[in-house]
Design a binder for this molecule. Structure first.
Ligand code: SF4
Ligand code: SF4
Length: 206
């Protein structure tokens, strides 16, 4: 375990949380496991839900592959919507590299389970509370205070890409290595990114 893979975070309107990077080795014991673990992002699909509907049974807008999600935008209707992961691909690769080094050095051995998952008991579904209609809160653009500009702290940034999907001016970009670059000269000072970074890497400066 390395402290490098633990980061405190705070998400606006949610609270404090912890980002934990975990690597899980999958022993490739036969051809079937090799086939199942060898699938590409283009073969993994997930649903895009409409979070504008205040209900647990939100409608699915469309199905999308991980390859499309990781391309930086997804098409919904006639619009290209910016997309980014809340976790960091760059840090995930670092976790995988660290795990690979441990395995290659013979320091990471398979063991029997410490505690098997219990097959007894049942789980009860959560009761859904009746909801009143919730007014939709539209976020207004706050715009930066006079004379201030956006600054990204490279020490705090974990290269997750949340800011990439949010900034309409393309100030933040992900390169092929997974790094997020930052070009302050493109900033239009709209202020949308001010509370966006879970790691408080984005701030404003005079
Ligand atoms: S600045 Fe913040 S939101 Fe943007 S990539 Fe870095 S950690 Fe993520
Ligand atoms: S203030 Fe607006 S334009 Fe500038 S970096 Fe933030 S989101 Fe992008």
């Amino acid at each position: 375990m390395s402290a490098e893979f633990l980061r405190g975070a705070t998400i606006t309107n949610y609270g404090v949380t912890l980002f934990i990077g975990i690597g899980v080795p999958i022993p490739v014991l036969d051809a079937d496991i090799a086939r199942r673990t060898g699938i590409s992002d283009a073969e993994i699909f997930t649903d895009i839900f409409d979070y504008g509907v205040p209900s647990r049974s939100r409608p699915v807008i469309r199905q999308v592959s991980y390859a499309e999600l990781k391309s930086g935008s997804v098409q919904i209707g006639n619009e290209d919507i910016p997309a980014a992961s809340l976790s960091s691909l760059k840090m995930a690769r670092r976790v995988a590299d660290a795990l690979k080094m441990e395995i290659e050095a013979g320091r990471f051995l398979l063991t029997t389970p410490s505690i098997p998952i219990s097959t007894r008991g049942t789980s009860r579904p959560m009761n859904q509370r009746a909801t009143e209609s919730v007014p939709v809160m539209l976020r207004t653009r706050p715009s930066l205070p006079e004379g201030q500009s956006v600054y990204r702290s490279p020490e705090r940034c974990v290269h997750c890409g949340v800011c990439v999907s949010l900034c309409p001016a393309g100030v933040f970009r992900r390169d092929d290595s997974g790094d997020i670059s930052y070009d302050a000269s493109l900033c239009t000072e709209c202020g949308l990114c001010m509370d966006a970074c879970p790691h408080r890497a984005i701030s404003v400066r005079v």
